[in-house]
Design a binder for this molecule. Sequence first.
Ligand SMILES: [Zn+2]
Ligand SMILES: [Zn+2]
Length: 143
Amino acid sequence: MAAGPKPNCLFCQIARSSTSTTLLHTDDKVVAFQDINPSAFRHYLIIPVKHVSTVKDLQRNTEDFNLVSHMLNVGQDLVHRDAPESKEYKFGFHRPPFNSVDHLHLHCFALPFIPRWKHVKYMSMGPLGGFIEAEKLLQTIKP
Ligand SMILES: [Zn+2]
Ligand SMILES: [Zn+2]
C-alpha cells in the first residue's frame, strides 16, 4: 500500500483538512464529507487518510480489512444518524475504470437516488466491474 500524501490528489488534501470542505467525521484513519455532486437523499464519501488509489490496491490482510470495515462503520453511523427516516441504505466502491477519483472512497447513500436514474452509476456490472457493495468487497479481502 502506498503511504504518505500524493501531490495533486484532491482527496489527500481534503483528508488533511487543507480545503474548505466540511468534514463530517475525522479520526486518525478516515474522514467523511458530503459528495460534491450528491446522487441521493444523503450521499457521503468516506476516505482513508493515507493515499490508497483504488479497490485493486487493497490486499487480503488484517490491515486493509480493518480499514475498509472502519470506513463502513463510520459511513453507516453517519447515514443512520442523519437520515433515520430512509428505508434503504447503500454502501460501496467504484472499481476502475469506473472510479472518478484515484483515491479510495466509500460511497454511502440514504436512498432514494435523486433523480432516480442516478442508480445506474452505482450498479454492479459483473465481470466488467462497476460498483461493488462494501460487504462484498470485505468478503474478498477477509484474511
Ligand atoms: Zn490521495
Ligand atoms: Zn466513486
